[in-house]
Design a protein around this ligand. Structure first.
Ligand code: 5GP
Ligand code: ZN
Length: 133
């Protein structure tokens, strides 16, 4: 995976503002942050996204994400934290190396949640059945 940007950040070929590192994971500031402190947590071992990543490593990753989120919340005095993952191009993933966004949120940061849509109870029932099958 020589041409993977985040693998290059892991190897140090591309610089980053690192905030955490251990044997398996690296966390660094997003270069185009939603808010200052917007952080990306990545596994050092390449995988395309969390759907493809080993379960054991995924479990470890969420613990790391929680720790860093708590640290960001306290140190930057944020009012809340969004933790999110974009999986595959259709969901807005642009870097195809697994990463979790940690975004510190502030009451007055002007960001809004994504808009919702209206559906019928039949739509909900059919969709739930499809997923459960
Ligand atoms: P996603 O794939 O979930 O849409 O987001 C990828 C994220 O990586 C974006 O928020 C983008 O700003 C960030 N990003 C892209 N290239 C670089 C880079 O070279 N350095 C850093 N620190 N972040 C990057
Ligand atoms: Zn990679």
């Amino acid at each position: 995976m020589n041409d993977c940007l985040f693998c290059k950040i892991v190897s140090g070929e591309i610089p980053s503002y690192k905030i955490y590192e251990d044997e398996d994971f690296l966390a660094f500031l997003d270069i185009n942050p939603v808010n200052l402190g917007h952080t990306l947590v990545i596994p050092k071992k390449h995988s395309t996204n969390i759907l493809e990543m080993e379960d054991e490593l995924s479990k470890k990753m969420i613990i790391v994400v929680k720790k860093i989120s708590q640290k960001i919340k306290t140190s930057l005095k944020s009012d809340g934290i969004n933790i999110l993952i974009n999986n595959e191009a259709g969901a807005g993933q642009i870097i195809f190396h697994t990463h979790i966004h940690i975004i510190p949120r502030f009451k007055d940061d002007g960001l809004q949640h994504w808009p919702s849509k209206k559906f019928t109870s039949e739509d909900f029932l059919k969709t739930a059945e499809k997923i459960k099958k």
